[in-house]
Write a protein of this length. Structure first.
Length: 334
């Protein structure tokens, strides 16, 4: 069974064809980074206009790469939220039109939930459940416990800024390029992670929640006091503070839930220091670690199509009256 996936939640226009929920036949992603770089962030109007211009071309390329005719698609899955409302509308409405034209089911997919299960897709490891999963990106920092595809609960999440948001804001304070996360990761390699004692907010808190606003403010105050800081040291010390918290909380959640498997996904999970430290901690404790590759960590339609397949198998088709939900959360499915 082939599912066509469409993802336009923010500033990537993506389409993919996935077979039987595990075999990625194509995954086309058209990035808008260069379009938004002069503004230091995503401009919603520009993003939606670009989606509208590219969606047909991107879908056609995904079908071509998958060597799949349009009429060979068995269902159309699309992100309905969370994300930018104007961007979500382009992808969801395109998916509705294609599903109608094909007389095939429409499957609305929650973007965060797709991230949750993307490491399983990457490793063909659907036997790895139950697992503790960290979803860490520009808009979300969530710890979830999943017992089966479509069955999960939230253990904790950020009470203020997401980790990726903190990376971007600190990068702006340091006058680095956009997006900020990769720039900090690159510069941190030349810095001393112990040079500056930035706070590890909520690390010792018994809950599984996160907080990064105080860390961001701490960097701001440090820069106000030091007019000519060692930027590499600032990057390395800030990055280490974030990594200590997210890795520490993730490992604790695995211990608390007796999980044998840990997974991580989302754009921030590409960070090299995060991957190294989480790998080391999981190895030390005998935990199986599933990390999604970079191509499945950022916004992509393959994870949408894969989860769409499993939802279709469970009879979870969407009504064509489905509307975008820009602020929808992960939710709890017992």
């Amino acid at each position: 069974m082939k599912i066509l996936g469409i993802e336009t939640s923010c500033d990537e226009t993506s389409a993919a064809v996935v077979q039987n929920g595990v075999e990625i036949l194509s995954n086309v992603v058209s990035s808008q980074v260069e379009l938004h770089r002069p503004y230091g962030g995503v401009v919603p109007e520009l993003a939606s206009r670009n989606h509208l211009q590219l969606i047909d071309t991107v879908v056609a390329e995904a079908l071509d790469r998958a060597r799949t005719r349009f009429d060979e698609v068995d269902g159309v899955a699309a992100t309905y939220g969370p994300g930018l409302a104007s961007s979500l509308l382009i992808g969801l409405n395109a998916a509705k039109g294609m599903a109608v034209a094909l007389s095939k089911p429409l499957i609305g997919v929650n973007h965060i939930e797709a991230h949750l299960y993307s490491p399983l897709l990457a490793h063909h490891a659907f036997d790895a459940l139950p697992m503790v999963s960290l979803i860490v990106s520009g808009g979300h920092t969530i710890l979830a416990h999943a017992t089966a595809i479509g069955r999960h609960c939230i253990l904790g999440q950020t009470v203020d800024d997401a980790a990726g948001e903190a990376f971007d804001k600190v990068a702006k304070l340091l006058h680095l390029g956009y997006p900020g996360g990769p720039e900090i990761d690159k510069l941190a390699k030349a810095g001393n992670p112990a040079a500056i004692a930035f706070p590890r907010s909520m690390l010792d808190d018994p809950s599984h929640n996160f907080s990064f606003s105080g860390l961001k403010t701490s960097v701001l105050y440090y820069l106000r006091k030091h007019s000519q800081p060692n930027v590499a040291d600032v990057c390395a010390s800030f990055q280490e503070a974030v990594v200590d918290v997210v890795v520490g909380k993730t490992i604790r959640a695995a211990v608390d839930t007796d999980a044998n498997t840990v997974s991580a996904s989302g754009g921030v999970s590409i960070n090299s220091r995060f991957r190294d430290k989480l790998s080391a901690e999981c190895g030390r404790r005998g935990l199986r670690l599933l990390l999604a590759p970079a191509s499945l960590c950022t916004d992509n339609a393959a994870m949408i199509a894969a989860l769409g397949f499993f939802k279709l198998q469970q009879g979870q088709c969407s009504d064509f009256a489905l509307e975008v939900a820009p602020s929808v959360g992960l939710g709890v499915v017992p």
